[in-house]
Ligand binder design. Structure first.
Ligand code: 3HC
Length: 309
């Protein structure tokens, strides 16, 4: 009795053969990729909003130009990822409808306010830093289009992290007010960044299957731990502290021990009760509605030109 399609599929995964759009794949594999890639794309697009708040408030033309470039990068990441998701059979309009109706998720981290200029540095260093740790393994994810999209994204993301850190380094060497602003931003962004990696492994309904299909190469807790270990060292260069009294190097495990994460907060933010969820969704829906004439004009132009070809 020959092996069935599911077994053939798993053998390809085990042999590190990339799954491509035209290959047979279990419906559940297709569905979980549409789920993850579309939500990843939504995160990139919604993630432009908190940073966009500071384009007109940047302290110099240089900082404004750097921030503008970063935000444009995030838009591009979103478009790559929407295109990768479309190869699985979902349309762009369907994905937008899922976001605007609240059916689809996007990263909790973008539901927090950006209160001072130092938040731009904290986002670049911590949020993009967390995103890189999560996205580098995704360059080796089993679905071809997703892995290829991630390779380009990661190059830009690591630059974002460095420019975020540089911006905080300047503040950390500045006036007492600038130092205070830097520390206060780190205090506000640290715990929500740890939540970006997802719930603890024992509360993650997707991790086991996603690891078996090599969609995920590391679990949520493994990546979170890597992030803590990395930032706990980097922050020493800033002369700042992390807002966690339980943070301590553990000689035995050769890892940093850290404090308890408020999982109720993550649950609330995912359910739409974070500080800025309504503001973010209102902004996305408004952009969609205000952009309708552009979409109509573009499709009318395309229709007219396709007749002439
Ligand atoms: N915010 C919102 N939802 C979250 C979340 C978070 N921080 N963490 C987990 N969730 C959701 C999951 O989507 C899942 O819900 P769903 O089944 O309805 O999709 C549920 O909570 C349970 O979580 P799991 O761990 O079981 O889900 P996953 O296996 O999908 O793991 C993930 C979650 C690690 C975020 C994974 O989906 C992933 O790696 N996604 C790709 C990367 C990504 O989306 N990163 C978001 C940030 S993008 C970014 O930062 C851009 C940068 O340029 C700034």
């Amino acid at each position: 009795m020959g092996i069935n399609l599911e077994e053939q599929f798993q053998q390809k995964i085990d042999q590190e053969i990339k799954i491509e759009p035209k290959d047979w794949m279990p419906q559940k594999y297709r569905h979980t990729l549409i789920r993850q890639i579309s939500q990843h794309a939504h995160s990139e697009v919604v993630g432009m909003l908190p940073e966009g708040n500071w384009i007109s408030r940047a302290p110099s033309l240089k900082r404004k130009a750097i921030l503008l470039a970063k935000i444009q990068d995030e838009a591009g990441h979103g478009l790559y990822l929407y295109s990768a998701a479309e190869t699985l059979g979902i349309s762009r309009d369907e994905m937008y409808e899922q976001l605007h109706s609240g059916k689809a998720k996007y990263s909790s981290i973008f539901n927090y306010p950006t209160l001072t200029w130092a938040d731009m540095g904290a986002i670049g260093w911590l949020v993009d830093g967390a995103a890189i740790l999560n996205q580098v393994p995704l360059c080796r994810t089993s679905y071809g289009p997703y892995a290829r999209a991630m390779i380009r994204v990661c190059k830009e993301e690591s630059f974002h992290q460095r420019q975020g850190f540089e911006s905080l380094l300047v503040l950390s060497k500045g006036t007492e007010d600038q130092k205070r602003m830097c520390q206060e931003a780190i205090n506000r962004w640290w715990w929500p960044c740890l939540m970006m990696f997802g719930p603890p492994d024992d509360q993650s309904p997707n991790t086991i299957q996603s690891m078996q299909w090599k969609i995920k190469r590391f679990s949520n807790d493994e990546l979170r731990q890597k992030f803590v270990n990395m930032i706990a060292e980097q922050i020493k260069i800033l002369g700042m502290t992390l807002p966690d009294p339980d943070l301590e190097w553990n000689e035995e495990t050769m890892q940093y021990d850290f404090g308890k994460i408020n999982w109720e907060e993550l649950k609330q933010v995912i359910q739409g009760n974070g500080p800025c969820n309504k503001e973010r969704m209102d902004a996305r829906r408004k952009a969609w509605n205000d952009g309708e004439w552009v979409r109509d004009a573009a499709s009318a132009y395309a229709a007219k030109h396709s007749k002439q070809l």
